[in-house]
Write a protein that binds this ligand. Structure first.
Ligand SMILES: [Zn+2]
Length: 281
């Protein structure tokens, strides 16, 4: 039996010295292991096998503990995922119960981010401009710069809806119900339309992609996806003519809309806002 532990500095560096050798430094040795080695050597002697035994046991325990932590983290994550999945399914089925009864859907245009869920409306009639269907199925779709906003299966799906008499076509303006009118604007796509709704604060215009951001209609700027620049810029004037004031125009993709209007309810904070309420700007 030989004394091999020279000294320990708990939580800092740990030194070992074997007979006839230089002292060796083990930087940052774990506090618990250092303490175990120091205690073992307190009796005066600690041979190499005992030292290896202590270190091996210590690292086995640490490994086991780590594996345990990883296992419980995995379980927590599985449970969280399961809970999220259940909630999502519940929400989806509640939402579907509503969508099952929706009778009318205004499609401002057929870009994928505006038509993508049309098959979630099993009984709805879709309201679309003639020019939009002609454009989405016509000669310009040969070109990447015009077809990139469309998903061909969705366009084909809408053609199938035509064959089921579930698409109503318009050429310009129409009143769909008292206080709800649609207006062909063009520009961004050949048949993109805006929707005008009479609210408690007056006529609000849902610009959709006729003005992606506030600055488009405010500064006559143009979005990059564009079929007809002239119609787009003319369209800004139409939006202003249709709305009770520029503060009544709601751009299609501007995050400021969510900031400027109050949430429908605390549960829908960040998801849906009331556009019939006065904005905060
Ligand atoms: Zn679009």
């Amino acid at each position: 039996m030989q004394r091999v532990v020279e000294r320990t500095q708990i939580g800092q560096d740990f030194f070992l010295q074997f007979p006839g050798q230089e002292s060796q430094r083990f930087p940052g040795l774990n506090r618990t292991l250092a303490r175990q080695l120091r205690d073992a050597s307190a009796t005066g002697e600690l041979d190499f096998d005992t030292l290896i035994g202590i270190a091996t046991r210590y690292y086995d325990e640490v490994d086991e503990e780590r594996r345990g932590i990883v296992r419980s983290m995995q379980m927590m994550s599985d449970e969280a995922q399961e809970l999220t999945r259940e909630l999502r399914e519940q929400t989806a089925s509640q939402l579907q119960a509503i969508l099952d009864h929706v009778k009318d859907v205004i499609l401002t245009h057929l870009h994928y981010d505006h038509v993508g869920t049309f098959d979630s409306f099993p009984v709805a009639q879709f309201h679309l401009q003639d020019d939009e269907m002609a454009y989405a199925t016509g000669r310009y779709m040969r070109h990447k710069q015009f077809n990139h906003g469309y998903e061909v299966d969705e366009v084909v799906g809408m053609v199938r809806m035509v064959y089921k008499d579930r698409v109503s076509f318009y050429n310009g303006e129409a009143e769909l119900a008292p206080g709800i009118t649609i207006h062909r604007i063009g520009g961004h796509t050949h048949g993109v339309q805006c929707v005008r709704v009479n609210t408690r604060r007056g006529w609000v215009v849902l610009a959709s992609d006729t003005s992606h951001y506030y600055e488009h209609f405010e500064k006559n700027r143009l979005f990059t996806t564009m079929f007809n620049l002239g119609e787009a810029v003319d369209g800004y004037a139409t939006l202003k003519r249709l709305a009770a004031s520029p503060r009544h125009i709601i751009p299609g993709h501007d995050p400021l809309v969510m900031e400027r209007y109050p949430a429908v309810s605390p549960e829908l904070d960040g998801i849906a806002v009331r556009l019939d309420a006065e904005p905060t700007y």
